[in-house]
Design a protein around this ligand. Structure first.
Ligand SMILES: Cc1cc2nc3c(=O)[nH]c(=O)nc-3n(C[C@H](O)[C@H](O)[C@H](O)COP(=O)(O)OP(=O)(O)OC[C@H]3O[C@@H](n4cnc5c(N)ncnc54)[C@H](O)[C@@H]3O)c2cc1C
Length: 440
């Protein structure tokens, strides 16, 4: 489906989830005091925001393809905060409607519906604090992620019980049907994300063909889809997309995201991986034939959408992987459009795929500009930060500024530098695409 149509479809779906319960309530609500009215509307809006926040990070490929993983996670965070704020406004309205309702906060004496609401609110507050402090806690990513998921499930289950025990809302036919649909949506999405994809979906199974060393800290994992009963898995991706890799068919198996580095037109799929910690080091040791599970493709960091007249790509370190997929695919397709690649690295050894990029220059209209972060004896190329001066030189023969698409991938400092340089050059933000390898 066309990218704009896909976006419109998803936006309408989320608009419906957010708006339907409170609109339904407003049309059927009895005449009652303002605070009572507000308490129900804010509660319903909080519930809708929670449902959307739960659905967003559930690895729905068409959603990630429509908006890109960074935007999806940003909106997930935003809706989580909005839901938490609405819960507190809801509580304030309940007390404003009748100050005696403050007794509902006494967990021991409160009725079940209020106990469920208090439990959900506490879990949501802990969830929000953990999410905000993610980078500052000493928790490993895996432990943090499991805490996040378990707390989210507690919030959703207790919120559902709160609504169920409130009774009068569920008993109303239109609202009751809407609650049932929301519950089915959450259960269906969680079932897809946490049961079907990790444990049963045969299309996620791949085998290691080889692990190729690129330099002392980077290797390329070459995978082929597993054949089952003589049939090979179908696997298609757009150059620049990424996937989550697992080494076990289990819901609890650790999984990490990596960008597909190979051409979209090969039988094998390659991931070029910097060995940052335990998981990435384990990937380096995989023997040929070892099974690997790949959940993807995801993301919208690709030049396959839109009709850019040319492409300017700026990559830091291993952030060159999505650019390699786009360039390799362009070579396969005989794409005549200009490609300008700026690669930034700490040392010449960290400049990946130099030989292959030199060859690609004969196959497509490609110019590569190498930049080292700091000056080095014997290095006569560019050094230092990426700025407007360097980019305007790169852009000189890349086509008209407004018709070129820009792709930036690398550490956040590089992305920030490039964004401000492109801003100085007057590049339209709609033409700029970014991907960072630390969206969590
Ligand atoms: C969209 C995307 C694409 C990526 N593509 C590539 C690529 O092509 N090549 C490459 O080398 N790296 C890529 N990364 C980064 C890669 O996912 C991390 O380096 C890897 O997960 C580190 O795992 P580790 O256990 O070896 O190291 P650790 O030392 O455990 O982790 C290093 C850091 O990686 C991040 N991280 C750890 N686990 C996860 C996880 N499960 N999910 C997300 N982030 C995590 C955390 O911020 C952590 O601080 C990508 C990341 C994202 C988000």
């Amino acid at each position: 489906m066309d990218q704009r149509l896909l976006r419109a479809a998803w936006l309408s779906a989320f608009g419906l989830i957010v708006g339907a319960p409170s609109l339904a309530w407003l049309t059927i609500a009895p005449v009652e005091p303002l605070w009572d009215h507000l308490s129900v509307v804010t509660g319903l809006l909080a519930l809708s925001a929670l449902v959307c926040a739960a659905v967003l990070p559930s690895r729905l490929r068409s959603l990630n393809r429509a908006f890109g993983i960074e935007s999806v996670i940003d909106v997930h965070r935003f809706l989580g905060i909005v839901a938490a704020a609405l819960v507190f406004v809801h509580l304030a309205c309940v007390i404003a409607a009748d100050p005696a309702n403050v007794a509902l906060l006494d967990f021991e004496t409160a009725p079940k519906r209020a106990q469920a609401a208090t439990g959900a609110t506490v879990a949501l507050a802990v969830l929000a604090v953990l999410a905000v402090l993610r980078g500052r806690t000493r928790l490993t990513y895996e432990l943090w992620r499991w805490l996040h998921v378990v707390l989210a499930v507690i919030v959703l289950v207790l919120s559902a019980l709160h609504v169920w025990w409130l009774d009068h809302l569920v008993a109303e036919p239109t609202l009751g049907t809407l609650f049932g649909l929301l519950a089915a949506l959450v259960v269906g999405t969680f079932g897809y994300r946490w049961a079907w994809r990790p444990m049963f979906d045969a299309s996620t199974e791949f085998l290691v063909r080889e692990v190729r060393r690129e330099n002392a800290t980077v290797s390329t994992l070459v995978l082929e889809p597993r054949r089952r009963h003589g049939r090979v898995n179908t696997w298609a991706f757009a150059p620049g997309q990424f996937a989550w890799i697992r080494l076990d068919r289990s819901v609890t198996a650790e999984e990490h995201p990596f960008t597909i580095a190979s051409s979209a037109h090969l039988d094998t799929t390659e991931f070029t991986i910097r060995h940052a910690g335990d998981f990435t080091r384990a990937l380096r040791r995989l023997p040929p034939g070892a099974p690997v599970w790949v959940d993807g493709p995801h993301g919208a960091f690709t030049n396959d959408v839109g009709a850019g007249a040319g492409f300017v790509m700026i990559a830091g370190g291993v952030g060159v992987t999505p650019m390699m997929s786009m360039l390799r695919t362009a070579a396969h397709r005989g794409d005549p459009r200009p490609y300008r690649l700026v690669v930034v690295a700490g040392s010449p050894e960290d400049l990946l795929f130099r030989d292959e990029l030199a060859e690609l220059r004969f196959q497509i209209d490609l110019v590569v500009t190498e930049v080292l972060r700091r000056p080095l004896d014997g290095w006569y190329g560019h050094t230092g930060d990426i700025n407007a001066g360097l980019l305007s030189m790169v852009l000189a023969d890349a086509g008209h500024l407004d018709e070129v698409d820009y792709f930036i991938c690398g550490p956040s400092s590089l992305v920030t530098d490039v964004l401000s340089a492109l801003d100085v050059l007057g590049v339209a933000p709609a033409r700029v695409h970014t991907e960072q390898f630390d969206f969590v």
